[in-house]
Design a protein around this ligand. Structure first.
Ligand code: ATP
Ligand code: MG
Length: 481
């Protein structure tokens, strides 16, 4: 507890610096950390005043933070900087602050569920990737300046992995006794990727260091590999549907990864850097890169094509034996003979999905999250200190206890805005900007008998007055990833 006390006094630019790794009470996850939790009512509560986050930066402060006021920013980047979700470190690199990490961890949990539902097995490969692997596929040269290269003390060359086809294929090839009976293998990881992008921009949408979920699949025949391809595409559709994000799956170019078939998952939105052609008469849609520029009609039904812009959030490739033949990734087939694995690779831009979701769902001034990913589900706003309603402060405490008892699934999801020197209106404005799905206020009607709390349901835009029991009933339907 000494560490908490000492850290608690270290002031940062924004607020008090909370927990560091040495705070074992916080890390345990069961005992509330003294620093983050205040007593109100019977239990300990997670309080906003101790959160590490800058708030309400003005537009000009946001621009000067980025240090390049000439550069256009987009809505998600501006909002994420403004409320302290991210902080710039160097061009295309950001510190992810606590709220973002919570949302990111939730997104990874949902991705894990979808990948494991189709038989995915999670691995974790080094970011430091030896040049020899890349020379074998000729991508050491082909990738050009995008590859971040370095040398170790012995002069051996490496790159920081922008993707892992080489590494995973060499790994599978090293397993000498694979049988067709064990296939398919669906191996995936969620790790940082590094690309020296010519134009890093739009915050987490195009970074030089970002999180990607990359899956690589190994099958014993082309038919089996095509089935696996559809299975993974199905899992991607399920993921975006669960997040409530409108997406289109488009025919795509194979680029430097190679292979014979490819699709992109795109979120249609104006800041998107990809141009898509969508047929309104049938389900055909394509990245314009794959079409002849003069093409104005759908190649499938001849209907007119319309153009929209999109953010690429996922990409799937059917690779065949392009990589397995180079690294000799083999298995023993049904006749007992060695045979090359048929491969696919499948990427999801994890940090890009977070920013793209904010881009698509938010208003100009207020962040909105996919419900499953909101960093905290509930924000409680007790009355202002010294106000007429102050007597309702205890009610907030007992509501908090009541939620904790009745809804264990919301453990750690309820935050108390204890800045009671501020008016309810000011705190509501902040809560609205941060986009907690539920904001609960002890206002005038809290003093009625029975007491009523004002509940803002941010994702439906409704405001309702409920008793303590009504609040618990409403929150019992909330899904948390
Ligand atoms: P883009 O065309 O946007 O540069 P890409 O086609 O080069 O992307 P892939 O190699 O297909 O990207 O990578 C898989 C996924 O990783 C992409 O669909 C995207 O969501 C994400 N991604 C790629 N580059 C970045 C980046 N610089 N920042 C954040 N996410 C990225
Ligand atoms: Mg791509």
């Amino acid at each position: 507890s000494l560490c908490c006390g000492v850290m608690g006094r270290l002031l940062t630019r924004w607020r008090t610096l909370p927990v560091l790794a040495t705070c074992s009470r916080h890390l345990s996850g069961y005992v509330p950390c003294r620093l983050h939790h205040r007593t109100l009512g019977r239990g300990k509560h997670l309080v906003l005043s101790r959160m590490f986050q800058p708030q309400n930066l003005r537009e000009d402060q946001v621009l000067s933070l980025e240090g390049r006021s000439g550069d256009l920013t987009c809505k998600s980047q501006r909002l994420m900087l403004q409320v302290g979700l991210i902080h710039p470190a160097s061009p295309g690199c950001y510190h992810l602050l606590p709220y973002t990490v919570r949302a990111l961890e939730k997104l990874v949990r949902v991705i894990d569920q979808e990948m494991q539902a189709i038989g995915g097995q999670k691995v974790n490969m080094p970011s430091l990737s030896p040049a020899d692997l890349w020379r074998a596929t000729n991508r050491w040269d082909l990738m050009g300046k995008e590859l971040l290269r370095l040398r170790d003390r012995h002069g051996k060359e490496y790159c920081l992995g922008p993707t892992h086809e080489e590494a995973i294929t060499a790994l599978v090839a090293s397993q000498k006794t694979l049988s067709y009976k064990q296939l398919p293998f669906l191996l995936y990881q969620v790790t940082r990727k590094f690309r020296d992008e010519p134009r890093p921009r739009f915050g987490l949408l195009r970074g030089r260091e970002f999180y990607m979920k990359d899956m690589y699949t190994f099958d014993s025949s082309t038919e089996a590999a095509q089935q696996t391809y559809s299975l993974v595409c199905g899992a991607y559709c399920s993921l975006f549907s669960r997040l409530g994000l409108p997406f289109v799956k488009v025919q795509a170019d194979v680029g430097s990864i190679g292979g014979t078939m490819s699709h992109e998952f795109q979120l249609p939105v104006d800041v998107g850097e990809d141009r898509l052609a969508v047929c309104l008469s049938c389900s055909f849609s394509a990245n314009m890169e794959t079409l002849d520029l003069s093409q104005t009609h759908c190649p499938v039904c001849q209907g007119p094509l319309t153009e929209t812009k999109g953010i690429e959030v996922g990409h799937t490739f059917y690779l065949g034996t392009k990589y397995s033949s180079i690294f000799n990734a083999q298995f023993t087939n049904i006749y007992g003979k060695p045979s090359l694995a048929e491969m696919g690779c499948y990427g999801l831009g994890v940090t890009r999905i977070l920013a793209a979701a904010i881009e698509v769902l938010s208003t100009e001034d207020c962040i909105r999250w996919p419900g499953l990913l909101a960093p905290y589900q509930v924000c409680l706003i007790p009355p202002k200190r010294g106000s007429k309603e102050e007597a309702a402060t205890e009610l907030m405490g007992s509501l908090h206890d009541h939620i904790a008892e009745a809804l264990p699934q919301l453990h750690g999801e309820v935050l108390l805005d204890d800045r009671t020197h501020l008016t309810i209106g000011n705190r509501l404005k902040d809560a609205n900007k941060l986009g907690y799905p539920f904001v609960i206020i002890a206002g005038k009607r809290a003093l009625e008998d029975p007491s009523h709390l004002e509940v803002w349901c941010q994702n439906t835009g409704e405001v309702v007055f409920l008793t303590k029991e009504g609040v618990v009933e409403l929150l019992s339907t909330v899904q948390v990833a």
